[in-house]
Design a protein around this ligand. Structure first.
Ligand code: HEM
Length: 447
């Protein structure tokens, strides 16, 4: 992570462009300042994405006012009690459907399985559209129906869209527009994105019509909350969002909701099973909060009581930060880290380094979830920078899944000695994590 070698702040060059890497939490204060002047709002990576579309949501929005407004509504939607309740119910139902296909001693490669799970979850919670990607994965090829095949097609399109972002950011516009092979690749990516947007826009149109005809019917999903908030302008004090903005916000939570949460879940499970004392405390926590009845549906209040699990997740994301680097470009000159920087300077925030900085953390290399129970992470601002817009939702999803697996099953790693297997592209991705499942003896009469 270059902290030991290069210190708190250093520069690198990408082609001719100077990039400033920041490793020290204390240097992030200006950068994360909520000032309305927002000098560090601009994300340099998104230049090039104008040809791909999808710039009206949050992640890729270059217009500060529009970004602020969309971020506010996203924060409102993903923290609404009705949304969180639905998210937890969806998560438990999808899990139940999945486990009905498992036999005793079932082996799952979580790196693949959980992507299918989170795809169904994000579709359900964001739009209430049924999604059958997990069913596709768990069904033999000759028995897959059209719904399953469509869910698979949608997932592949989303993955292609995600990988096309790197293409648009790194390949110069001139080549994309004029070099023969590159141009047709660009066209393929643009058409793919258009196909996904048409799919989501169709859902938005259908829902607007439904809301006109039955205004009391609210699913409590992300889409409904976004539409409802701006139907009553008093509530948010802003103009209504148009279909493109809503579509791009759904695409934001799709990017945020599938890969990061899936990979984060795998990494937390790997740590749990490599630290037996931590795992035992987690199992005790399950027992003390939910008892031995594996049938009772969990509530948000139950999930909030899992404070030790919460600390485990935070500690895993500290020692093994999922998105190690994010970028910002300064729009007007400023002083940061004791130096003056001209407008246009690019900064790389090294979250992995900040999350492990020895001036801030006690024994940073030691895996110790208790540090998040004793408030060590509150000693200074920006010591633990791991999330963007989806912290509570992602944590809820990861907690619910970990609890469901461990309250119902004896879970074991197939290869107990394997290190975390991962690869890096913007975030860290789990490449393989096989587990073996044996059903615990059910206590509840219903089973
Ligand atoms: C373990 C799971 C997740 C991790 C580690 C994570 C991490 C991050 C990070 C590091 C950023 C960049 C922040 C920045 O540049 O300042 C980000 C942005 C974002 N994330 Fe996540 N995320 C996760 C899950 C989610 C989920 C489930 C959602 C869905 C609501 C989400 C929505 C967003 C959005 C909308 C942004 C853009 C925020 C902005 O531009 O201000 N994320 N995330």
């Amino acid at each position: 992570m270059h902290l030991e070698k290069y210190g708190d702040i250093f520069e690198i060059y990408l082609a001719n462009k100077r990039q400033i890497v920041i490793n020290r939490p204390g240097f992030l204060d200006n950068l994360y300042s909520p000032s309305t002047k927002a000098r560090y709002f601009s994300r340099p990576t998104i230049n090039g994405l104008e040809d791909l579309g999808v710039r009206k949501g949050i992640t890729f929005n270059q217009n500060y006012e529009a970004w602020r407004r969309n971020r506010k509504i996203l924060a409102h939607a993903v923290s609404a009690p009705s949304f969180l309740k639905k998210a937890l119910t969806d998560s438990q139902e999808i899990f139940k459907r999945a486990e009905s296909k498992w036999k005793d001693g079932q082996i799952l490669d979580l790196a693949v399985w959980v992507k299918c799970f989170t795809t169904d979850f994000i579709m359900q919670t964001s739009t209430s559209e049924d999604s059958y990607y997990l069913a596709w994965y768990q069904t033999p090829e000759e028995e897959r129906d059209e719904n399953m095949k469509f869910s698979r097609k949608l997932y592949c399109a989303i993955e292609t869209w995600l990988s096309s972002i790197a293409f648009f950011v790194t390949v110069p516009k001139f080549l994309r527009h004029y070099a023969p092979g590159v141009r047709s690749l660009q066209l393929k990516f643009v058409n793919n994105t258009q196909w996904i947007r048409d799919f989501f826009r169709g859902i938005i149109k259908k829902r607007r019509e439904l809301r006109k005809s039955s205004s009391n019917e609210k699913d409590g999903d992300f889409l409904d909350i976004m539409l409802a908030a701006y139907e009553c302008t008093d509530e948010m004090g802003d103009e209504p969002l148009d279909d493109d903005e809503i579509c791009d916000a759904i695409m934001d939570i799709t990017i945020g909701g599938i890969d990061t949460t899936s990979d984060g879940f795998c990494f937390v499970l790997w740590y749990l099973h490599n630290y037996p004392d931590v795992k035992q405390r987690f199992l005790d926590e399950i027992n003390s909060i939910l008892g031995a009845d594996t049938n009772r549906a969990m509530t948000i209040e139950d999930i909030d009581k899992f404070v030790y699990l919460d600390a485990i997740i935070k500690e895993v994301f500290r020692v093994f930060t999922l998105a190690p680097l994010t970028l910002r470009r300064i729009t007007t000159e400023d002083t940061l880290g004791g130096f003056n920087w001209p407008a246009g300077t690019d900064f790389w925030i090294n979250h992995q380094a900040a999350n492990n900085h020895p001036d801030y953390w006690v024994d940073p290399k030691v895996f110790n979830p208790d540090r998040f129970l004793n408030g060590e992470h509150l000693k200074a601002k920006n010591m633990w920078t791991t999330f963007g817009g989806g912290r509570y939702l992602a944590t809820l999803e990861i907690k619910a899944l970990l609890i469901n697996f461990h309250r119902k099953y004896e879970v074991g790693l197939v290869d107990k000695d394997a290190p975390i297997r991962y690869w890096y592209a913007i975030t860290n991705h789990c490449s393989k994590l096989e587990i073996e499942l044996h059903r615990k003896k059910p206590i509840s009469k219903e089973e």
